[in-house]
Design a binder for this molecule. Structure first.
Ligand SMILES: [Zn+2]
Length: 269
């Protein structure tokens, strides 16, 4: 069975990972722009990163038959200097028409600071102006519930935004209902040991159903597992979920959400 990993940072992964993902049935990934593990020293650093996401990474993925799409943004970890962040953000518009760019992401909050919120709102304006899909990062651990509320309030304050075109990611048991009831799509991120494991993700599916919900690995340069999605599929199968349910979470839902951008096309699927 084929699957989509809609949130993974492949610039941090090896070609062996692409190969293993392709062997496990991955046909498409989407890669949000994020923190490099260190703060970039100039806006030019973002320019080169956006070129990597829109030019070289799609070619690397294509060697393994995987379609590569991307999202552009300045991540919340680098939003503490709003002047710098706005300068880097000014580079985004020239990349938005590239064939693999689906929208603005991952944006959101990390420590729920005033500066992060200001840059988050600036990204929302940019997405609204340019009719872009939006992928939102929510803070981890104890900041998650508060951050998710702040994010939803900021989106509600922008009347130009369509909630059906926004996915709020890294939901857990205590935030999934808030996001889904708000009319948004929700993403569950699987981590190898801490936070949301494949077992907890299967629990969440059993609690909240399959509507407007997807799962992803968010694999990056830290401890993470690029095969987290196929492992969660296995866990769901072990628990007796029907193949249609598993396909809905790991293929049909991402395809429906992402397909709101006409650039997202899956050949032969
Ligand atoms: Zn991410």
């Amino acid at each position: 069975m084929t699957y989509i990993d809609p949130h993974i940072h492949m610039v941090s992964r090896t070609t062996d990972d692409y190969q293993r993902m392709a062997q496990a049935g991955c046909v498409a990934i989407t890669e949000p722009a994020f923190w490099a593990g260190f703060d970039r020293s100039s806006p030019q650093g973002f320019y080169d990163y956006f070129r990597q996401l829109t030019e070289s990474e799609p070619q690397r993925a294509a060697q393994y038959g995987i379609s590569h799409y991307t999202w552009l943004a300045i991540n919340p970890k680098e939003a503490e200097d709003p002047g710098f962040a706005r300068e880097a953000m000014s580079l985004i518009p020239e990349f938005l028409d590239k064939p693999n760019v689906l929208g603005i992401g991952e944006i959101g909050l990390n420590k729920n600071s005033r500066n992060e919120l200001e840059i988050f709102e600036a990204h929302l304006d940019l997405a609204a102006d340019r009719g872009q899909l939006i992928l939102v990062h929510t803070p981890h651990l104890e900041d998650k519930l508060k951050g998710t509320r702040l994010i939803i309030d900021a989106i509600r304050n922008n009347s130009a935004l369509d909630r059906n075109r926004i996915l709020i990611d890294h939901v857990e048991e205590h935030t999934a209902r808030l996001v889904l009831d708000g009319g948004f799509w929700a993403g569950m991120t699987l981590y190898p040991e801490t936070k949301c494991t494949p077992q907890r993700a299967a629990d969440i599916v059993e609690t909240y159903g399959t509507e407007r919900l997807w799962i992803n690995s968010a694999g990056d340069w830290g401890p993470s597992d690029p095969l987290a999605v196929p492992k969660a599929r296995l866990e769901m199968r072990r628990r007796g979920h029907r193949p249609e349910t598993i396909a809905r979470i790991t293929f049909d839902n991402p395809r429906s959400f992402l397909g709101q951008c006409p650039k997202f096309v899956l050949d032969g699927c």
